[in-house]
Design a protein around this ligand. Structure first.
Ligand SMILES: C/C=C(\C)C(=O)SCCNC(=O)CCNC(=O)[C@H](O)C(C)(C)COP(=O)(O)OP(=O)(O)OC[C@H]1O[C@@H](n2cnc3c(N)ncnc32)[C@H](O)[C@@H]1OP(=O)(O)O
Length: 720
């Protein structure tokens, strides 16, 4: 785990724990033994700590977090490194994160290659750097920088770290050779001035202003999230207490965070996100055994809002895009909007003018679908209409080369139905982007009964290349995201006619931790989207939805969203939806009397006596139908595991990661309690199918002891 060797008078401690040199027990032990040996050996005059493979160290081994601590503690190992009278040099490449950076800060010197990155991402796991990081970073760099780095978890590129004083030197060429040269240059020099524990905190005279400003920012950005607040308190203590007392304070705060439910949720999230990338099809084909089709050229059909966003995602990572629209006017408008989005990115310094010009030069607008004949991958992004999408896929089947992967950005329509329009259903796959497509991180990839493993591998790979988090699901109406979200929308509308107002529902859910409530989400995604989907489904079933409709598909139906649509209140884009906005496309949601009156009038027309709806009821009626549907999705194998559902909710609907996602949240509340409440609502609202309890949930809820989330799927086929 740590290879010890000497090169002349230099001892080299090389951490060797693939894939990312996590500081597992054997690594800590190896470093501890290694530094003792180097200190003991009179022929050794300097020590280098370096990482083998792709990185210096990614920090503590997160898999060890819920196990009892064994072996030497990181702080003890660090203390030994610092106390060595022989200079110790950390030689950094790849990433130097968390405990890895703490080890480096215990060393007397730090050198790095230019591409290296350093950081304290502990906050993203709901903890703080608990091996002296909060006490040592503000001693090497300014306290303001330390507060920013530790409370955000952002990685800092080597050149910036040099500027901050975290690094002593950036080297070119072979890192070990450079480290040896550096070690020789400091051999024999006293190490005392390089021991950070002896240094004062930098910028301590501005502590109060810096702390107050950082705290304001953290509370604004991360409502309800404990770790950043506690991180700031720990750094503050570095400036207020002597080093050893600061360490004790850090330890108390660390223990508090480590035992929190937020930390448990974030640890779960860390592994869930990575597990989602390890997709597998029922056939046994998987990420591990399937190669994607090489994609060098792409096409996007539809230059509307979604098509523009998707084209931007592709252009940003250098894919040439053939953008197809049905007429020149719509095409020109689409290209203009893409250009505007890039200009905005330049204005916000997210890209250079040159990069923008390069992206725009890669776009080939056309009204001729034949131009797609040679593309490797095409994404259809027209509006949600089965006949239209089938027509496009019929044409693509004739036009595109046999190896092309044919993707549809449908948000609800079964991929089986769309693929059936072609003679190559194996090449057809869903790529469900979330609006705004160039900003939202989620890509819900959807396979049909015929989709080939290669097509799946291609879109999962594409997701990674364009910077998305991809989750693979099986086709059904609405897939995972919209199928779960739909029930929230339904239940929210029903609560509105019973007595709630949009601002009440949103406040409760925002206080729960959602970055925006469901009514604001509806305004953001567009009231017309839901309307179109509902009416499309009704049309397919030969039903007409009118203002008098009270039941649809045997369920209680609320016409309020349809009434909003009929008033032209389509959401942010029209400047009014469930709220009023400062302008079309505005962001500031204001309560609108017109909506309040509409809702009250609607309740009266329906003969419903309005009542006060409690916070608990709003929270449960928004979350539990989605959770119940999540269990059905698992039962049906639409999602392979609960973790995939939670990943979809963090990235698709901004569900607070520190609460773990709806399925993890259910596990924390307790499945028997969730089941009992769902049964209660089912009794009270028998005409809403989303309250019919899922069979899988029933089985899990009646297990003799709580079933860990990792074992839920083993109950899905059981006969209990
Ligand atoms: C007290 C607490 C202290 C002292 C800490 O140090 S807490 C840990 C702080 N460090 C982190 O939070 C870093 C976490 N890791 C990452 O951010 C990334 O993995 C990376 C930037 C280091 C590399 O990213 P990438 O190249 O994309 O690779 P993956 O993320 O896919 O990771 C590869 C596999 O390694 C596993 N991994 C990564 N870091 C750790 C870790 N610290 N402990 C245990 N395991 C880790 C990760 O799960 C991947 O595993 P598989 O999915 O392939 O099984």
């Amino acid at each position: 785990m740590v290879d010890y060797r000497t090169q002349g008078q230099i001892a080299i401690l090389e951490v060797n724990n693939p894939p990312v040199n996590a500081l597992s027990i054997h690594v800590r032990k190896g470093l501890d033994d290694g530094i003792s040996r180097a200190v003991r050996d009179p022929s050794v005059k300097a020590v280098i700590v370096i990482g083998k493979g792709r990185t210096f160290s990614s920090g503590a081994d997160i898999k060890e977090f819920n196990k009892p601590q064994e072996g030497p503690r990181l702080t003890m190992v660090g203390k030994k490194l610092e106390e060595s009278d022989k200079p110790v040099v950390a030689a950094i490449h790849g990433t130097c994160l968390g405990g890895g950076l703490e080890i480096a800060l215990f060393c007397h010197y730090r050198i790095a290659v230019k591409s290296a990155r350093v950081g304290f991402p502990e906050v993203l796991l709901g903890i703080l750097p608990g091996a002296a990081g909060t006490q040592r970073l503000p001693r090497v760099t300014d306290v303001a920088v330390a507060m920013e780095m530790i409370s955000t978890g952002k990685h800092v590129p080597a050149p910036k770290a040099l500027e901050y004083g975290i690094l002593d030197k950036i080297v070119q060429g072979d890192l070990l050779e450079e480290a040896v040269k550096f070690a020789k240059s400091v051999m024999g020099k006293p190490v005392q001035p390089c021991r950070l524990s002896d240094q004062p905190v930098k910028g301590a005279d501005r502590l109060v202003q810096v702390f107050d400003a950082a705290m304001r920012q953290v509370k604004q950005r991360q409502r309800g999230f404990m770790a950043p607040v506690v991180c700031l308190k720990a750094v503050r203590s570095a400036a207020e207490l002597p080093y050893n007392e600061g360490l004790l304070r850090e330890n108390t705060l660390f223990t508090e965070l480590m035992s929190s439910s937020q930390c448990a949720a974030l640890r779960y999230a860390f592994f869930a996100e990575r597990a989602a990338q390890r997709w597998q099809l029922p056939s046994g084909a998987s990420a591990a055994n399937t190669k994607p089709v090489p994609v060098k050229s792409t096409g996007v059909i539809g230059a509307g809002t979604m098509g523009q966003g998707i084209a931007i995602c592709l252009l940003r990572v250098d894919y040439p895009v053939i953008l197809v629209e049905q007429n020149q006017k719509l095409l020109d408008k689409g290209v203009e909007m893409i250009q505007l989005a890039f200009k905005d990115a330049v204005r916000r310094k997210l890209m250079t003018e040159d990069a923008m010009r390069h992206c725009m030069s890669n776009i080939s607008p056309t009204v001729d679908m034949q131009q797609l004949a040679n593309v490797d991958l095409v994404i259809e992004a027209v509006y949600e209409n089965v006949a239209l999408k089938q027509d496009i896929f019929r044409k693509l089947d004739v036009i595109c080369k046999p190896s092309a992967v044919l993707c549809t950005n449908t948000s609800t329509i079964s991929i089986d139905i769309i693929a059936s329009a072609t003679k190559r259903p194996g090449s057809v796959v869903g790529t469900h982007f979330f609006a705004p497509a160039h900003i939202m991180r989620l890509l819900e990839n959807v396979y049909s009964k015929d989709t080939s493993a290669q097509a799946v591998a291609t879109v999962m790979d594409l997701g990674k290349k364009i910077g998305k988090v991809s989750v693979l699901v099986k086709t059904c109406h609405g897939f995972v995201a919209n199928r779960m979200f739909h029930h929230q929308g339904q239940e929210a509308a029903l609560m509105l006619e019973e007595g709630a107002l949009p601002e009440h529902i949103d406040k409760v859910m925002e206080d729960f931790g959602m970055s925006i409530g469901p009514m604001k989400v509806s305004d953001l995604s567009g009231v017309d989207i839901g309307w179109r989907i509902r009416h499309e489904v009704a049309k397919m079933e030969g039903v007409e939805l009118t203002s008098q409709t009270r039941f649809f598909r045997g369920e209680r139906y609320c016409t309020l969203p349809d009434k909003l649509y009929e008033l032209g209140r389509l959401g942010r884009k029209t400047g009014k939806g469930w709220y009023r906005y400062e302008k079309p496309g505005g962001r500031v949601a204001m309560v609108d009397d017109e909506v309040t009156n509409l809702i009250k009038k609607h309740s009266a027309e329906m003969g419903i006596e309005r009542r006060g709806i409690s916070t608990q009821e709003i929270q449960e009626r928004i979350l539990y139908p989605a959770i119940n549907e999540g269990f059905r999705i698992l039962e049906e194998g639409v999602a392979a595991k609960p973790e995939d559902i939670d990943v979809i909710w963090w990235y698709g609907f901004s569900f607070p990661r520190y609460m773990g996602g709806p399925m993890f949240h259910a596990s924390q509340v307790g499945l028997s309690k969730v089941y009992e409440r769902i049964c209660y609502y089912h009794q009270n609202f028998p005409y809403s199918s989303h309250w019919v309890p899922s069979d899988l949930l029933r089985k899990l809820a009646s297990a003799p002891s709580p079933v860990p989330i990792s074992q839920w799927m083993s109950y899905s086929q059981s006969k209990l």
